[in-house]
Each structure stands twice: as C-alpha cells, then as structure tokens.
Design a binder for this molecule. Structure first.
Ligand code: PMP
Length: 456
C-alpha cells in the first residue's frame, strides 16, 4: 500500500493530538453538555452512533439552515454530512417548511389516510416506475417489511446481501465474508439467531458468486443498493446490474433496490436515472426532509401476487406496519419535499456543484501526486485513500485507514466543515454554495500540506 509508505505515522499522530487539543479548547459548551448528558443518556448521547465522531465528544447543535448549522459554542459549519442523507434537502428547506408547519397545526397522526398520501403514491410511481407503494417510519422498516413480504410470497428461507452493504438495523443484513466464508458482521449486538441461517452474502460485481448463491432456489430476495454507498461509493461494473436482474428473474428471486442513499443519483434515484426494473424498491431518509418516513414500492406483477394473500383480520399483528407510519405529517412532508425540494432542477444544480467538489479534491491530489481518488454518485461525493476504485465491499474495507480518516475529519471540523462520519463522504444540497465547495477545497489542501510536512 503506497499510502503507508508515504504517510509518516508519527507525524499523523502528533497532528491528530494537536487537532484534538484545538477541538477541546474551542468547544467548551459542547463539552459541558456532554458531561451533563452522561448522567442521563448512555455514553452521553441519545443514539449510540452519535459518539462516533472525530472529536473528543460530539458537537451539540443549536440550529441549522440550508447547508449550514451552528453549534452551542456559536461556530458555524458548512454541513456536507447533512444528517447522513436525512437532510440532503438542506436544513429547514424554506420551500417545504410552510406545508409541514401547516400540517402540524392541523393534526399529525390519525391512523387514517390523507389526500397527500394519494399525491405521494402517484409521484413515486412517476419517479421510480413502480406502480404501487406503502409507507414505513424508517428505511430500516421499509427494508424489513420488503424482506418479510418476499419470504411470504416465495416461502424461501434466505436473503442475499452484498459484502459490507448496510441497509439499516436489519438483522438479516449483518453478515460478512471472511476469507470467502460467511460470518456475522463485526459489532452485531445480540443477534436473535445465527445470521448464516437466514442470509447469504457475496461480493458486489461478482456475477459468478451471485449465480452460485441463487442457483439452489432458496433465496427469497436480494436486497441491494444499485451502487454501494456505505463502505464508500462503489459503482456497478458495466453489465453487472443487467446480470443481477437476469439471474434473479431466472431463479425466481425477488430483487429489492434500496435507494435510501442512491437517491443522490437523480429525482428517481439510480432506478429512475438508469431505467432499472426492480421487483421492489425502498427509500427513506431525505424524502421527508428529515421527518421520519420511508416508502417501499412494488412492481405490477408483485402487487398482483401480494393482493389477497394478507389477512385483513390479522393485519395489525402481521409484522408489517407501524402506528405512526404513513401518518398525516409524514405524508405532508414527503409531498412538500418531492414537490418543492428534490426537484429535477435542484438535482441538475447540485450535481454540477458536486462535480466542482470532485474537481477541487482532484486538483489537490494531482498537485501532491497522492495515491488517492475521488468518486461521485450524483450529488454524493467521496474521497478514497487508495489509488484505484475498489470493485467490492471487501476491497473497500481493506483500504480503511481509521487514523487518517479521523485526522482529515477533525482538521475539517476545526475549520468549520462537517464531513460524514465513518467515511469521507460529502453530500451537496440545494443550499450548498460555490463558496462552500471552494472553502472545502482550500481546507482539504491545507490538511494535506500539513500531513506532508509542507505546512506547520
Ligand atoms: N438503507 C441504506 C442504504 C442506508 O444507508 C441506511 C442508513 N444509513 C438505511 C437503509 C437505514 O436508514 P434508517 O437508519 O433511517 O432506518
């Protein structure tokens, strides 16, 4: 690995310590809240992932507007994380917020449908090409329900996912490959059963392995992102998605595309942009501008197979649904977001800014002849500390450099830029400006020069 040779690890450690010290000096109010929070919240945060930031403790937020937010120490940040896609719309998007507020003023949840739900169903069909839809509270739930329905219809036991994919807190998806052997994914907390009994796992872009795994006809569904995003962006090889469609169809396996992150590709996600034909599709996070909601859609053929197979009397205990799912607020939020924020025009603008982001990073990589690359998926970008794009999750995971990631993130954070934790991902929203992008390029350049010793 050329990286290891190039980066002076002692220097990296020294720089990281310096950044940690700077972080603590400049974020006293967040520290105070964190210390107080530890007395009532486990690890001082309301949700355990919130500890996984580069600083010594999380930054506590005061307010956010557009592509920016302010913390309790009054630092203003350019937000490229955008709630890990939940706020891909920008925070409090003006064009959607009045409709959302109006709904709040007129009742949030009834366990009855509103007219907005019809508008949303029609709009989703137009964007993704699937005629029928259902609503869940989170993308995780949408995936869990899609998998249940797939097992319900096929009476098959297994689910197949790709190595190092992430689809939410879905039990069946926490499986990984170690030297080609499926094992439970590292960190999986309290699994209810051995995941190798419920799931199969193969590498993305490996047609032969997929063919072999689906051949016995015991897999109910493949749950996949059409381009991987959660171990960094990994594009499908030319012809791979066609092969995935052909093999799943031939083996009677239901193909579910999870567009929760690939929604960055265009108004209809990767599916709409490239005319894909999944049997089911799930998407959550950004479609309600951060109001908890998600949807799952069905092809005509699948909808026909489902109709009449679900017992109405037992529907409320069938394991699919949720009291707050599809409620008036979430439907109003989805309508307002799809109608006014995640529009075709907005994507055009955001994608061209994402290209500018990549060009900026690439110029620094070239200047310093670094063995790094930058990738893009619509308005989602990502830099990698390796010199070739990984073809699959296994390759991507082996390129991880925790210390280097941490330094780059913290350097940026201390200079008012928030990157997505866990990897080097940046999302561009309708509110992100050219100045924001160029500021990132400048800070990225400085962090690299500091790392290489060209800057003190
Ligand atoms: N699908 C994908 C592709 C995701 O990246 C995530 C979350 N990162 C989810 C589903 C689950 O979303 P949520 O945590 O909102 O349920």
């Amino acid at each position: 690995n050329r990286n290891v040779i190039m980066i002076n690890r002692n220097r990296l450690k020294e720089l990281l310590d310096k950044e940690l010290q700077l972080f603590e000096e400049t974020h006293p109010r967040s520290k105070e809240l964190f210390e107080r929070a530890k007395k009532s919240l486990i690890d001082g945060v309301p949700m355990n992932w919130m500890v996984k930031w580069a600083g010594s403790y999380p930054v506590f937020v005061k307010s956010g507007h557009g592509a920016h937010f302010t913390d309790v120490d009054d630092h203003r940040y350019i937000d490229f994380c955008l709630g890990d896609t939940g706020s891909m719309t920008g925070h409090a998007p003006e064009s959607a917020i009045s409709a959302i507020k109006e709904r709040i003023d007129n009742g949030v949840t009834f366990m009855l449908p509103t007219e907005d739900s019809v508008w949303v169903g029609e709009e989703l069909s137009r964007r993704f090409g699937l005629p029928y839809w259902q609503v869940a509270i989170s993308a995780t739930d949408a995936n869990r329900f899609a998998l249940r329905l797939a097992r319900h219809l096929t009476k098959r036991k297994y689910i197949l996912v790709f190595n190092y994919s992430y689809h939410g807190t879905v039990d069946e998806a926490f499986i990984t490959l170690q030297d080609g052997v499926p094992i439970p994914r590292h960190g999986n907390i309290g699994p209810q059963t051995d995941v190798t009994q419920t799931s199969k796992v193969v590498e993305f872009n490996d047609i032969e392995a997929l063919e072999k795994a689906l051949a016995p006809g015991d897999v109910a569904a493949v749950l996949a992102e059409p381009a991987m995003t959660n171990i960094g962006i990994i594009h499908p090889d030319p012809g791979y998605l066609e092969a995935l469609r052909e093999i799943t169809r031939r083996t009677g396996t239901i193909l579910i595309y999870d567009e929760t992150h690939t929604m960055s590709a265009g108004p209809g996600g990767y599916t709409g942009t490239y005319g894909l034909k999944p049997d089911m599709l799930t998407v959550g996070k950004a479609i309600g501008a951060g109001i908890p909601t998600a949807v799952y859609g069905f092809s005509e053929e699948l909808a026909q197979r489902i109709r009449g197979t679900i017992d109405i009397e037992g529907a409320d205990v069938g394991g699919i649904g949720g009291t707050l799912a599809g409620n008036a607020l979430s439907m109003a939020a989805m309508r307002a977001t799809l109608e006014n924020v995640l529009t075709a025009e907005a994507y055009d603008r955001n994608i061209s800014l994402a290209k500018r982001f990549c060009d900026g990073v690439e110029s620094v990589i070239k200047e310093h002849n670094l063995p790094w690359i930058v990738k893009r998926l619509g308005c989602r970008t990502e830099y990698w500390f390796r010199d070739t794009p990984p073809k699959n999750g296994g390759e991507a995971a082996s390129a991880a450099d925790y210390e280097l990631d941490r330094y780059m993130h913290l350097y940026a954070l201390n200079r008012g830029i928030l990157m997505t934790p866990f990897h080097n991902m940046a999302l561009i929203s309708s509110q992100t400006t050219v100045e924001d992008i160029d500021r990132h390029t400048k800070v990225f350049r400085e962090s690299v020069e500091s790392l290489l010793g060209a800057r003190v």
